[in-house]
Structures are given as C-alpha cells and as structure tokens.
Design a protein around this ligand. Structure first.
Ligand SMILES: NC(=O)c1ccc[n+]([C@@H]2O[C@H](COP(=O)([O-])OP(=O)(O)OC[C@H]3O[C@@H](n4cnc5c(N)ncnc54)[C@H](OP(=O)(O)O)[C@@H]3O)[C@@H](O)[C@H]2O)c1
Length: 322
C-alpha cells in the first residue's frame, strides 16, 4: 500500500526524512481492525517526529499521521481516535495511562491507504461531517475541546485568550470556544491571520505581545516560549494558563513571582479521551461548528502540506485525501 513515512530523523531538515512509497499491508491482531483511510490530517506532531522529538530512531521507518476518517471492515464510516491506551489503568482516562501512545509513535499512523487500530478507537462518523472535516477532529480539535471545556475550569461567558491564532489547535480553540459561548480573544504575528481569526469567530484580535484592554480568565497556550511572558501578564488574578504545546520552545522564564502573587494556575493538557471525542463529534453536529481547513491535498502531495506547516504558512488544518 502507499504510505507517507518518517525514514530518518533530522532536527534541522525535517523534510529530508519524509518518505513516500510502498509499505507492507497491516495485519490486524485480535481486538484490532483495519480502516481504509479516506482522509487524514496533518499535525505539528508529524513535524516533531521527523525532527526526532518524542520518538527514537529505532522505531523507524514508521508511517506518520495521528488523525483519520475512513471505512471499517464492516463498511461503516468511522473516525479514528488517535490515543492508544488502557483507560482501566488510569481512572477511565486513557491519556493518563503511562504506557499510552499516539498513532505514529509505536504503531503505524494514518498517512496510508490503510491503518490498523484497536477496535475501541473507532467511533461512528456523523453523516453531517465530511471525511475531510471528521479527519481534523481526533488531535487538534479534541485537544482544544479538553483545554476549553475540561481543563480551563471555565463557564460560558468567560473570556479566553488564544495565542498564535493560525495554528491547527489555535483555530480549533477559536472555533469551539466561540461555539461554546466564551468571549474569544486571539493573538497572531500576522495581520492577515488576525483578520482570518475575526472571520472565524474571535471577538477581538491583537498583535503578538500587545497590551490587552482588560485581563482574561484563561489563556490557551500552544506557542510556548515566544508568548509565555505575555500569557502571564494577560491573566486576571486567580486566572489559569492551559498549555498543550510549546512550538517556539519549552523553557521560558517561569516568573514565579507572578504565579504566586496573582495566584495563577498553570495546567497541562494532552489530547482527550475517547468519550470526549464522542462528545466533540456531537458538539459539532449540535452547534454546526466545522473545522477550518486551510488546504486539502492528495496524500501523494503530502510534502507540500508539511512544507507549509514548517514555514508557518497556514490558517487551519491541512487535510490529505486518500
Ligand atoms: N499536548 C497535546 O495533546 C497536543 C495536541 C496537539 C498539538 N500539540 C502541540 O501544540 C502545538 C501546536 O500544534 P498545531 O498542530 O496547532 O501546530 P501549527 O498548526 O503548526 O501551529 C503553530 C502556531 O504557533 C504559532 N507560532 C509558531 N511559532 C511561533 C513563534 N515563534 N512565535 C509566535 N507564535 C508562533 C503560530 O501562530 P501565528 O503564526 O498565528 O502567530 C502558528 O499558528 C505544537 O507544538 C504541538 O506539538 C499538543
């Protein structure tokens, strides 16, 4: 079958390790199923893999891709949950299983004609969502859903600031936050992306680092080092930063004086559970919210999507069709 793989790790030249070509067909053990992939979406995770973050060279070659929607062995339209883990060892939440992995970390990922997944990871695709839309949900949108509606501790009507508006998770945060009744403010380095964020439903937009007209209840962080100082200053006393990523670097000054004087909370968030993905699918059906797709490409042209993400030249998700 055709697949897009990580063939070698190169921290400085991630595209150099991208392989497009034939891979052996998967053969599902008991409890697993083969899904024929119809659409898969790109995440920054795939770039990190090519750079060697979160994976070691002995796992290569490995098929990239966390997210997919497709057809299962019985002909049903399904969405694939990307977290492979055991919910019973961690209070019902597989993301807390110390042995959990995402597709493309230990098991081959979704950028292929077919992917093998545990049966419990298959959810029915709502008819209202296209394969392309559904393929955006399992990583970026599920992560945003948990950040906004679980880890933030907020109620509708609260104000949240989304840093770095153009990214896959950031656009999901704007879209879902708005649909969930938050007042959503967003920052971006680019004026064009700020305009697009307004179109997407942000109430107000600001240049990166701008002083805000008032302090916010929570900040949604995916950028990390480049925006951390601003995030700390944007919060009201008692406010909360929910952080799921650090694209620009992981070690900004902690500014502990701000954290304790203002009684701020810093809360980590990773992916979401299968049950939360199920609720996210329903949330999209109920509210009419649909993922923002920057571009759709045939899987054979995946390199073009990877290059755009590395250049930061995106607003929303890149979807590959198979
Ligand atoms: N923990 C989890 O479960 C989880 C799940 C999904 C993603 N993540 C992580 O979250 C991060 C975002 O993922 P993604 O897929 O949304 O990536 P992406 O689509 O590539 O988004 C990157 C965004 O970060 C901003 N950015 C990048 N470098 C910046 C810099 N130097 N200064 C300011 N802003 C910068 C950009 O915002 P502007 O261009 O608009 O300024 C861009 O929109 C990644 O690090 C990823 O690994 C974690």
């Amino acid at each position: 079958m055709f697949a897009v793989t990580a063939t070698r790790i190169d921290a400085d030249d991630p595209l150099g390790g991208l392989g497009l070509g034939e891979r052996p067909e998967p053969s599902a053990p008991d409890g697993w199923e083969i899904v024929t992939v119809r659409a898969a979406s790109l995440n920054h995770h795939d770039i990190w893999t090519l750079r060697g973050v979160g994976i070691s060279a002995d796992r290569l070659p490995i098929v990239l891709g966390c997210d997919a929607a497709g057809i299962d062995g019985a002909g049903r339209e399904v969405v694939v949950h990307a977290v492979v883990g055991d919910p019973t060892v961690a209070g019902g939440d597989e993301t807390l299983d110390p042995a959990r992995s995402l597709l493309s970390e230990r098991y081959d990922g979704t950028f292929a004609d077919r992917v093998m997944v545990p049966r419990r990871n298959l959810l029915p695709k709502p008819a209202a969502l296209s394969f392309e839309e559904a393929a955006c949900l399992p990583t970026a949108y599920l992560t945003a859903y948990r950040m906004l509606f679980d880890r933030s501790g907020l109620e509708p009507g609260s104000t949240v600031l989304v840093q770095g508006a153009g990214g896959g998770v950031a656009t999901a945060l704007i879209l879902l936050g708005r649909a969930g009744g938050y007042r959503v403010w967003a920052t971006s380095r680019s004026e064009a992306k700020r305009d697009q964020a307004l179109e997407l439903g942000a109430d107000r937009v600001f240049a990166a680092g701008d002083r805000l007209p008032e302090r916010v209840d929570a900040v949604m962080e995916t950028v990390g080092q480049a925006t951390w100082a601003h995030s700390l200053r944007a919060l009201r006393p008692g406010g909360r930063i929910v952080v799921c990523g650090a694209t620009s670097g992981t070690a900004p000054p902690a500014e502990l004086n701000r954290v304790y004087f203002l009684q701020l909370s810093v809360v980590g968030s990773t992916m979401g559970s299968r049950d939360q993905l199920d609720r996210l699918l329903r949330f999209c059906e109920q509210t009419g919210a649909r993922p923002r797709i920057d571009r759709t490409l045939p899987l054979a042209q995946a390199a073009e999507g990877f290059a755009a993400m590395i250049a930061g030249d995106l607003f929303g998700k890149v979807v590959f069709t198979v």
